[in-house]
Design a protein around this ligand. Sequence first.
Ligand code: GLN
Length: 454
Amino acid sequence: FSSTELTTQFLRRIKQFNPEYNAFITIDEEISLAQAKAADKMIATGQAGPLTGIPIAQKDIFCAKGWLTTCGSRMLSNFVSPYDAGVIERFNQAGAINIGKTNMDEFAMGSSNETSYYGMVKNPWDIAAVPGGSSGGAACAVAARLAPAATGTDTGGSIRQPAALCGISGIKPTYGLVSRYGMIAFASSLDQGGPMAKSAEDLALLLNVMTGFDPRDSTSLRRDAEDYTQDLQKPLAGLRIGLPKEYFAEGMSQDVANAIEKALIEYRKLGAQTVEVSLPNAPLSIPVYYVLAPAEASSNLSRFDGVRYGYRAPSYSDLADMYRKTRAQGFGAEVKRRILIGTYVLSHGYYDAYYIKAQKLRRLIAQDFTEAYKQCDIIMGPTTPTVAFNLGEKSGDPIQMYLSDIYTSAANLAGMPAMSIPIGFGDKNRPIGLHIMGNYFKEAQMLNIAHQYQ
Ligand code: GLN
C-alpha cells in the first residue's frame, strides 16, 4: 500500500480516538497528505529510505515550519514556526510524514502530562491513569496506534518514563547526538531528543535518521555516522549486567520488583550474568536535577517576554507591565514554580550553596557511572518506581511528582544514553518498563540487548 493510504489510515484513527486521549495538539491533514504524496513519488522513483512514507508524530517542542508549535504552553499558543528544527529537517529529508504535533507538559516540565495548557492526556491502557510525561502525548499516540512512531525529548526522564507507563519503547541518546536546534529549550545541558516506538528495531531505524552533527547546535557532536541496526541480532552470551544496589534498595513497588526479577531471569537465559554495582551518589540525582534544571529553565524562558513572538497580554499600562502581565498569563503554575526556584538558586548569596554545589554533585554522579562500567557492560533497573498513577493523584504534590524520575534523571546528569522497554504488566494491569542504561555511545549495544528480549 502507498504512503497516502497509510497516512490516511492513521489520520482516521487520530480523528476517532484523539477526542478521548488528547494525544495531539495539532493535526494538519493537508500538510501530512501532501508529504505522503511526495513520499509516494520518492518510492516510485526508487529514492526511498527506510522511513520514506512513514508517519511520525512530532512532539510539540520541535519547531516545524508552517505548524503551530506550542510547547504545551499558552505562551506559544499563537506561534506558527517559520523554520524546521534539525530533527524535523532530518525526518523531512528521509521522506517521513509529520502526522501531527503531540501534547506534552508545558515546556516539558512534568511527569504526567497534566501541566499542558491543552489539557491532560490519558493512558490508553487505562483512561483513569496518567500517560507519564513530559512526552505523554507521544507515548499515548504510539501505544494507541495513532502513529507508528514518535519523537520525544528527555531532560530528566521525559522519553523513558512515559514510554514505561504506556508500554512502549523509548531511548534517550548520549547528550549531543541529536540536534537541539529548533527544539525549544528547557534545560539545555540536559535536554536530548530521541525516538519512541513499539520496538527496539524501530528505535534503531529512527535513530539512524535523527542523529548527526548540526553546526547550529553548539553542543552537537561531530562523529561518524553509525548504523544502529547493525548489532540487533548479536547474541548476548557473556554480557555483564550491572544492578546498582541503590536502585534495588527501597521505593520500588512489589509488582515492579517482580517484573524486573522476571526480566533478569530472561536475560540470564540469554547468556548474560548479573553483577552488583554501586552508584553511591545516585540518590542525590533528584535534588541535583531540581536545582540545575530550574536554573537553566529560568534563563531559557526569559526570552518569552511578549515582544518578539508568542502570547502578549491584551492590555497593559507600560513596558514593564506588559512583561509582567504577559508572563503572568502566559505561563502555568509549574513553569512559574521552576522559574522561581531557578532564579533563587542562581541569585547572589545562594549561588555557591545551591547551584555550584549541585554542579559538583553532578560530576560525582557521572563519575559513579564511569566507575560502575569498569565492572559491567550495561546497567539495568526499573524505569519508574510504580506503574502509572491515577490522573489527579500527584498533581497537587510537586515533590511526589518529582520523584517519578528517581531512576531516570541520573542519565541526563551524566549525559549517558538510557532507554526503557516494556516487560509486562503490574498492578491494575498497567505497563512496566525495564530501564537499560549504557556508557557513552553504547546505543547500538543497548538496542541489541532490548531487541534480544523482545
Ligand atoms: N519530570 C521531569 C521534570 O519535570 C523531567 C521532564 C523532562 O525530562 N522533560 O522536569
